[in-house]
Design a protein around this ligand. Sequence first.
Ligand SMILES: [Zn+2]
Length: 488
Amino acid sequence: MFEKKVWKKVPRAHLLALSTAGLLMGTGMMLNSGGSQALERKEVTLALATQPNEPDATSPTALQRALERQAPASGPAATEQTAPDFNEPKSEMVTGTLSSDPTAEYTLPEEVSGIEWKETRVRKGDSFSSLFKRMGLGSSLLYKIDHSLADKKWSRITPGQKIHFGFDQSGELVSLKIDKDKLTTWEISREDQKFALSKVTRETDIHTGYAEGTIDAVFYTAAQSAGLSDRLVMELANLFAWDIDFALDIRKGDAFKVIYEDVYLDGEKIGTGNILAAQFTNQGKTHTAIRYTHEDGYARYYDEKGGSVKKAFLRSPIDFARISSHFNPNRRHPVLHTIRAHRGTDYAARPGTPIKATGDAKVIFAGRKGGYGNVVILQHGQSITTLYAHMKGFARGVRSGKRVQQGDVIGYVGSTGLASGPHLHYEFRVNGIHKNPVTVKLPDAAPIAKQERSRFTSHAEQVMAKLDTYASTYQVAFKDNTDIAPSL
Ligand SMILES: [Zn+2]
C-alpha cells in the first residue's frame, strides 16, 4: 500500500522539480524590480546551476518525494496542500521481523549479532540470479525465497541500487536488504526454512528553519542570500502574490521573515518543507501568512486575523510578467494608429508562456474574435468576466461551458489578431464595465470558518510569538553575518 502511494507520486514530483527550474529560468528577470533584464536572466540561470540546497533535481529521488508532499513550487495552489506526513510512522510490516522488539520496525536493524554483511550494487542487465551468482549463492535458494514471498515486487531492481546480503556464521544467507530508495529498504529475512519480507521506511526529522532579509534591489537575490532555496523563494513570492506584484511593487528596504521546515535524514539536511509562517513588508505595509491545517487535513494560509491570504482573483494571469501597456481610455493604438481606448492590461511575454485563469470560472468563449485573435472569456460568478486575448493557442479542454479553477492554464501567449508582438491582452469587467485590472479591488476569498476560529486564533498567536522570538534571536546571532540562516 505504502510503496504504491509513493510510486504514483514520483512522476508528479519529477514534473514539479522541472517546473520549478523552468519557472525560475523563464521568469528570473521578472523578480527584478529594475535594471538590465537580459543580464538578470543570466544571473538567475547561473545561480540555479550552483544551488546547493536541492541536489538531484532531475531524478525522482527521495528528496523529491519528500518535497512533493508539500506545497508545490508554483502557482496559487501552493496554499491548498495537505499537511506533510513526515512524522507519521511509515513502516508497513508484511510478515515477520528480525527481532521481537515492537519498535524494531521503525529503525533499520543495522547490527544484528553474528551477521556478516556483503553488499553489491546492481549493474545494467543484472537480475537476482546474476547477483546471487556473484555472491556465490545457488539458484535453488533464490527460488526458495521467491516462493516464500507473496509480493513479487521484491525482485524488481534497477541499476545503481544497493543490495545487502547478510550471512550467519555458518555462511548461510539469513537476510537480504534491498534499498528501494533513500528512505525505504525492503528486508527479507530467514525464519526457519522460510523467508519473510518487511518494508522499512526511515523517518525524516523536521526542524524549523528561519530566514529573514532586507531587499536592496532584487527580491530573488535577497532571498537567496538569506539562505532560502529556489523553491522557497518561489513559494514565498506566490504566497504574497495576491497582495504584492513582485515585478512592480518591490522597493529598496522591503523586508521578509520566514519560518519553514527543514527536512533531515540521519542528521543530514535533504531538503526543505512547507513555509509555516511568513511576513513581507512592502512599501511600509506588512503582510502576514500563517499556515493552518484544517480539521479536514487541508492546509491553507491566513493572515493573523484569519482572513484568507488567497484572493478570489489573481492580480495577474502570468507569473511576474512585465506590463507593456496599461489600461488607458485615451491610448493611441500601436497598430491602428488612432486614438482608441485600451481597455485592458498588456503583459509582454515570450510566445508560448502559459496564461492562467485568474479566478474560478466558467468558460463562456474560446475561439477567434476579430482584433482579439484567439481569445478566452471567463465568467466568474454573476458579475465579473475576464478576457485573455492574442493567444497562440488554447490549453487542452478549454472550451465554452467548461469550468476552470484559479491558476489553471487556459492558453498560451501569442500574437494573433491585432497585435504588434507577442503579448497577453487582459480585461477585467464588472457588470460589463471595463476596470483597470491592475487597480481594481479584488474580492476576498472566504476567511477562516467560524467553527475553526478559536483553534486558528491560538495557533496564530503561537506562530506570531515564534516569529518574534526567531527574529530577535536572529538579530542577536546574525546581525553582522546575515547570509547564514540559522536552524532553530
Ligand atoms: Zn491590449
